[in-house]
Every structure is written in C-alpha cells, then in structure tokens.
Design a binder for this molecule. Structure first.
Ligand code: ATP
Length: 321
C-alpha cells in the first residue's frame, strides 16, 4: 500500500488526535504516504485533504477534539455521495482508509470496503456503545470529566441539603451514566437499558434514605432516557420536600485533555489499524477487549449486540442507599 487516508467522523472524542498521530507515524515509518481527510466523509467526497508527515502530528497527543475536524455527512450516506467519495479516492491514489468514529461511521466504512476501498475502523466515541469493544476512545476521559464535575456539584449540594439531578451524555447507551453514577455515589441512576419508574426508583429511594438522616442527593440521568431533568427536579422537590436543581452537563463532557488510558489505547489502535492495511486487510474494526487490541469483520461487528452489565447495575443499586 503506497497511500492511505485517515479521517475522523461523527461526534468528536478526546483521544482521536492520539489515534490520528499513531496512524500517521506508523504509516510514515513504513514508507506509506498519508492524506488527512478534513471533516470526515465530506472531505472524502470533496477531496479536502492535507498531506500528513511525522511533524504534522506533533503536539496533538494531549489535545481533545480532532485536528482533522469531524462531521456528519448526509451526502455520503447516499449512493451518489458514496460514488463521489470512491472516485475521489481513485483520483488521489488512496488504497486504504482509516475511519475513526462510531458505529454510523463504521457503516460508511463497510460500504466503502464493499465497493473496493479497504477501510479499517477505529472506535472513537465517548458513548462506549460499540458492541465488539468493551472500551472506545474518549470514553475514559469523558467518564472522568463527568466524575470531576459531579464532585463539584456535590460540594454545593451537600452545603445546602439539596438534590442535584444531573443529565449526562448517552443517547442510546447508559455506560457513562451507570459508571459515573457509581463513581459519584448517586442515589439513583436512570439509563435507557433498564425500565424505571420515577416513583419507585427515585422518590421512594430518596424517602428511604431520608429516614436514615440523608439530606443531600445526586440523581444521574442518561440523556437517552428522555426525561426532562428540570421537570424531574421539580417533581422531586414537590414530593420529598428537598430543594432540587437540575444540571445538564452537555458539551462540557466532550472536550479536554485525554486521559492516559485514552492516549495509550488510541495509540495502540492507530498503530494496529495501519498494520492491517499494510497486510492488505480491510473491512475490519479494531477493537479493545480486556486491554487487548484485536479486530473484527465490520459487518459482524455491526451486527453484535451490547448489553449493560446488570451485575454492575445491581451493585450500584445496593450501595446507593
Ligand atoms: P457517534 O457515536 O459519535 O454518534 P457515529 O460515527 O455513530 O459517531 P453518525 O452520525 O451516526 O456518528 O455517523 C457518522 C457519519 O457516517 C454520517 O454522517 C454518515 O456520513 C456516515 N454514515 C452513517 N450511517 C451510514 C450508513 N448507513 N451508510 C453509509 N454511511 C453512513
């Protein structure tokens, strides 16, 4: 393989830059030219490329976001857009593409691979919702960011005997909510994977702990459960008498310096992805399971199902009273 491209797609995640750096450095070290694609699949359609070399990825390992920018490309998801992207790849002599993103981005990578452009996906998403992986790039940083922010909210919540209802990211997956809820000692955690009843899972639990003299509370709600946290705070206040405030952490969760884990795993995955392409192996997703880096067929990976760890959920439930 003489020329490859690397792109970041979907929501940005801290550690994507470390992955880009590893891809570029591994390729350069092995005599492969690398084109950085600007703004995900849109850049692939329009030929928006930057020539990457060893020094073009200096001083990015510690930075959140993505120096290649990211996008959600509606055009690429159409047959015409896909054809344009393939034409551009052929025109620039691109023989393989490393796609750093979530499962939507992998669907694009699968389609490109099927049409003769070998792609390797690297899981970069804060949600940790890729079924073949127990870890995705950005998740660890995001989890730690949430923990730090909830700790800050706890200080004021405790000082005023309040209940803080906190919405964290996770459109379809409750990993961030469950694990941050455990790490922050939440009284209740609402996630999309587990049915809940506000009365039973929030109000009654709070009342039970009130009887043991608990006066301040943290309730963590995953964005994906579709609960309006402001309304929930009002309901809690009306039913328990505890002054309640809602906080939506929003995009503050996405940015920031990647943790050591995200930098190390992103580096290993970026290196692994290029090694696959060097062996002319495409249509693969690089995955992480129990700290080991491995790979799966993209089609198989997309058909896998990931479920929440109910044991962990039950632990959270049992110790949060
Ligand atoms: P995140 O987990 O952060 O949302 P993601 O990769 O899942 O990341 P999406 O917006 O779902 O984010 O997908 C990113 C891009 O991948 C889309 O904008 C689109 O260009 C491409 N894509 C998504 N689904 C498909 C599909 N079924 N076929 C082809 N391309 C797709």
């Amino acid at each position: 393989m003489k020329t490859i491209a690397v792109l970041t797609s979907g929501g940005d995640a801290p550690g994507m830059n470390a992955a880009v750096r590893a891809v570029v450095r591994t390729a350069c070290e092995n005599g492969i030219r690398v084109l950085g694609v600007v703004r995900g699949y849109n850049g692939l359609i329009n030929g928006d490329f930057v020539e990457m070399d060893l020094r073009s990825v200096s001083d990015i390992i510690n930075r959140g976001g993505t120096i290649l920018y990211s996008a959600r490309s509606t055009e690429f998801a159409t047959e015409e857009g896909m054809r344009k992207a393939i034409r551009t790849c052929r025109e620039y002599g691109i023989e393989g593409v490393v796609v750093i993103g979530g499962d939507g981005s992998f669907r694009g990578a699968r389609d490109l691979s099927e049409r003769g452009i070998p792609c390797v996906g690297i899981p970069g998403t804060i949600d940790n919702d890729i079924a073949c992986c127990d870890y995705t790039i950005g998740y660890d940083t995001c989890l730690n960011t949430i923990m730090e922010m909830v700790d800050r909210i706890r200080d004021t919540s405790e000082s005023h005997d309040r209940c803080s209802v906190i919405e964290v990211m996770g459109r379809h997956a409750g990993y961030l909510a469950l694990n941050s809820g455990i790490a922050c000692g939440a009284t209740a955690i609402l996630i999309p994977e587990v049915d809940f009843d506000i009365e039973k899972h929030v109000i009654e639990r709070m009342k039970k702990t009130q009887r043991t003299d608990k006066k301040h509370f943290i309730i963590v709600v995953a964005e994906g459960v579709g609960v309006d946290v402001k309304k929930l705070a009002e309901e809690i206040q009306a039913k328990t008498g505890v002054e309640s405030r809602a906080t939506v952490l929003g995009h503050t969760q996405r940015g920031g310096y990647p943790t050591a884990k995200d930098r190390i795993m992103a580096t290993r995955m970026g290196n692994y992805a290029v090694k696959l392409l060097m062996k002319d192996i495409g249509n693969r997703v690089v995955a992480a399971q129990k700290e080991e880096v491995l790979d799966f067929d993209i089609f198989e990976a997309l058909n896998m199902k990931k479920s929440i760890d109910m044991e962990l959920y039950n632990v959270a439930h049992e110790v949060s009273i």
